[in-house]
Design a protein around this ligand. Sequence first.
Ligand code: NAP
Length: 349
Amino acid sequence: MSQINFGGVVENVVTREEFPLEKAREVLKKETIAILGYGVQGPGQSLNLRDNGFNVIVGQRKGTQSWDKAIEDGWVEGKTLFEIEEAAKRGTIVQYLLSDAGQIAMWPRILPHLTAGKALYFSHGFGITFNEQTHILPPKDVDVILVAPKGSGTSLRRLFVAGKGLNSSYAIYQDATGKAFDRCIALGIGVGSGYLFETDFKREVYSDLTGERGTLMGCIQGVFQAQYDVLRQNGHSPSEAFNETIEELTQSLMPLVAEKGMDWMYANCSTTAQRGALDWRHKFYAATLPVFEELYKSVASGEEARRTIETCSKLDYRAKLNTELAELRNSEMWQAGAAARALRPENNE
Ligand SMILES: NC(=O)c1ccc[n+]([C@@H]2O[C@H](COP(=O)([O-])OP(=O)(O)OC[C@H]3O[C@@H](n4cnc5c(N)ncnc54)[C@H](OP(=O)(O)O)[C@@H]3O)[C@@H](O)[C@H]2O)c1
């Protein structure tokens, strides 16, 4: 483990150099890793582990698209692909990668298979942190660990195939065997993490829920829409409004910000853009700070978890969700976006 200085704060980080794949294989050589769930994280993590030479099986309910996908990906029924409970029974490490709502529904049927010495692995702190609502209470004699890749399971797989890695956080909630740390890091390396940084279950879920409701998804859509609407109300065309709001950001600025940072971007744009951005960032900070404070409170009080569990477990949830998603998809801004994407040179060669 290394101590890395992140802008003045020293944190524990584990890199692939410190914990090489060979060590991970040694730590897990006697384990059967059961990946429960073949949605988004399930395929990414299980295929990376399999390609890295670990002993992996998949648990997925049969007769579903996810089951068919698992077969297409080379998992073999009765050998490496089982119904969820059967896989939980066979695994010594149980990676609980059902959706958060699915984890709650399946818990009473998984619990009997979590016998002494096994490890229960999560990629999200949700089920454990909000256990008053989820009722996910693991037995005291199993390890409870977390590796949360900071990105989609699809990216985890793509980056792995490209020889790169996605950073993950890791946490130990319960060390029953004395091996929890090694098991956790070995799995983190095995699933294709770049480096692993330390967290705990609560901080993982609080930051994750804040992030996706905030700058990653919720906030950014709200901000995009506000700017787009103001431009449109003032007579700008959809094409102009979309390009100034989103296309330039995603195509030109963000790749540079990813590579060099926003500080570099500020230092390397026109003086006109620079002056305006330096001045206006304070106003946007002040305007959004109270919303982020409200959001964090809602996460920490368990309200976001309550709302998620309640709405996602309703029978008509999927139909209502589809209506909301169609509204977004059919909005003028994202229809303009579809047209702008189709006009990109790479789509017209
Ligand atoms: N999405 C990401 O990239 C991402 C990133 C970081 C962490 N995570 C975490 O990783 C975990 C898995 O997330 P995910 O996004 O991969 O989930 P997901 O795509 O929603 O996967 C759902 C899986 O759960 C199964 N499932 C759902 N409800 C079920 C039920 N009632 N009974 C049995 N199986 C059920 C689905 O089976 P069917 O196909 O049969 O419905 C599918 O295999 C979560 O804890 C999530 O927070 C996800």
